[in-house]
Design a protein around this ligand. Structure first.
Ligand SMILES: Cc1cc2nc3c(=O)[nH]c(=O)nc-3n(C[C@H](O)[C@H](O)[C@H](O)COP(=O)(O)O)c2cc1C
Length: 420
């Protein structure tokens, strides 16, 4: 029996029945109301039946004025308590039930996009600035056309005041409380991929000279305050995890990144999910590697996880942390290799879950051969006309939107299509 089928107990007491976790993927199914919709519930009803160790939701934005995409589910106002906000709790309870009624625990990913907020996403208005630790615009390329396009798509942010920081901290805490009251098993803070928490952690996007900047410890203050304040208000059995960028792909030094991980570990975290990349450098989708092809050897497959070395380095320093590793897993051999190297406890699965909601059976059914126990996916090819868009992230955007469409096909009860 493969170790992939072993259960994993988190420090909060929550048990994942196996190690294969559906990673967060934005579904763009929040509609114009930016709330859980019947389509969203339908797709999570499918994932809920898929025998996952846990199901992470796509990112839920803590402030509807600042969205990643126009149709992200989000919180439109503050949350007081279940009696005052009955309808709100009921809406999110239906979402929690759809995810969890067939067994797996479900964890809501909470996010604020900061400067990675599209001009036309969110209710702040197309001319209002996004917010960020420092007023540093996103730059997706160096040419004049790329800079202009970056400016047009992602308006330059304004530096957050202390009042902004207090507000966003409260929004994360309120959102976590709402998810606990709605019956979800936990939340994951999106601290990776260049979103607001990652912007604070990273010296490239955080050049502040106050208590939130200047050192690795100061840059971690924003997320640590959020973490401490959530812990103080949710039940002790409620899981709190974080998605974190590997040091290879942020501009902080390895030691600074390790310092921040140690601070997060000390604050009490149930798991850390390792990923990497930002909109400026979208390594989360390939980390510069090519996908293993079906005919490649088991040794090649073994190296398929994008951030394996970094996860191993974190493990060596913090052996008791529960680590989830996401990015590139396509074969049972690759997932077993990562476990055998003691690089992680949990295997995060993104794109394959958008093709096959029942993906874990491929890794958990011992009767399948190595050749059968895999789902190899080609890179989505970018059409000629889209290559004319002067943004370095067009390929990653194309890749992502292809899988969003597959998620939406699952919601409609249609067959998904493997990229050709
Ligand atoms: C359509 C799509 C949407 C995604 N949305 C999110 C998201 O909301 N939050 C997040 O942390 N990662 C998001 N990701 C990244 C995945 O969680 C994962 O890190 C990435 O796809 C690499 O894993 P994979 O190789 O198994 O796909 C998204 C990926 C895709 C394809």
């Amino acid at each position: 029996m493969s170790a992939l089928g072993d259960s994993v107990k988190l420090p909060c007491g929550l048990v994942f029945p196996n190690r294969i976790v559906k990673a967060a993927m934005a579904e763009m199914l929040g509609g114009f109301a930016n709330a859980p919709t019947p389509s969203l519930l339908k797709v999570y009803g499918q994932w809920g039946k898929g025998n996952w160790g846990a199901v992470l939701t796509g990112n839920v934005q803590v402030d509807v004025n600042h969205l990643g995409t126009p149709f992200d589910p989000a919180l439109a106002s503050g949350y007081t308590d279940p009696d005052t906000n009955k309808d709100l709790v009921e809406t999110w309870r239906q979402y929690a039930n759809a995810c969890q009624e067939h067994g797996p625990p479900s964890i809501v990913q909470l996010c604020h996009p900061g400067r990675q907020s599209l001009r036309f996403a969110g209710r702040r208005g197309v001319f209002a600035s996004p917010i960020a630790p420092s007023a540093i615009p996103l730059m997706m390329g160096e040419s004049y056309a790329q800079q202009w396009m970056s400016w047009f798509v992602f308006p330059p942010p304004r530096e957050m005041t202390q009042a902004d920081i207090d507000l966003v901290t409260r929004q994360f805490v309120d959102a976590a409380r709402l998810m606990a009251d709605a019956g979800f098993s936990g939340v994951e803070l999106h601290g990776a991929h260049g979103y607001l928490i990652d912007q604070f952690l990273n010296p490239k996007s955080n050049t502040r000279t106050d208590v939130y900047g200047g050192s690795a410890t100061n840059r971690a203050k924003f997320v640590l305050d959020i973490l401490h304040q959530i812990r103080a208000v949710v039940p002790s059995t409620f899981c709190i995890g974080i998605k974190f960028n590997s040091a290879d792909h942020n501009s902080a030094s390895f030691e600074h990144t390790m310092t921040q991980i140690s601070l997060i570990a000390e604050a009490g975290i149930d798991f850390i999910e390792i990923s990497g990349g930002t909109y400026e450098d979208p390594k989360m989708f390939d980390a510069g590697q090519t996908q293993p092809q079906p005919q490649k050897s088991a040794r090649t497959a073994a190296r398929e996880a994008f951030f394996l070395e970094f996860a191993s380095a974190v493990r060596a320093r913090y052996p008791t942390l529960i680590l989830m590793l996401t990015g590139g897993f396509r074969t049972r051999a690759g997932a077993e290799y990562a476990l055998s190297q003691n690089a992680c406890d949990l295997i995060g699965i993104g794109r394959p879950a958008a093709i096959d909601p029942f993906f874990p059976r491929l890794f958990l059914d011992d009767s399948l051969t190595e050749e059968e126990a895999r789902l190899t996916l080609k890179r989505v090819s970018v059409p000629f006309w889209a290559k004319l868009i002067p943004l370095s992230a067009v390929g990653a955007g194309w890749e992502s939107s292809y899988y969003t469409r597959q998620i939406q096909r699952i919601a409609k009860g249609l067959r998904t299509i493997v990229p050709l």
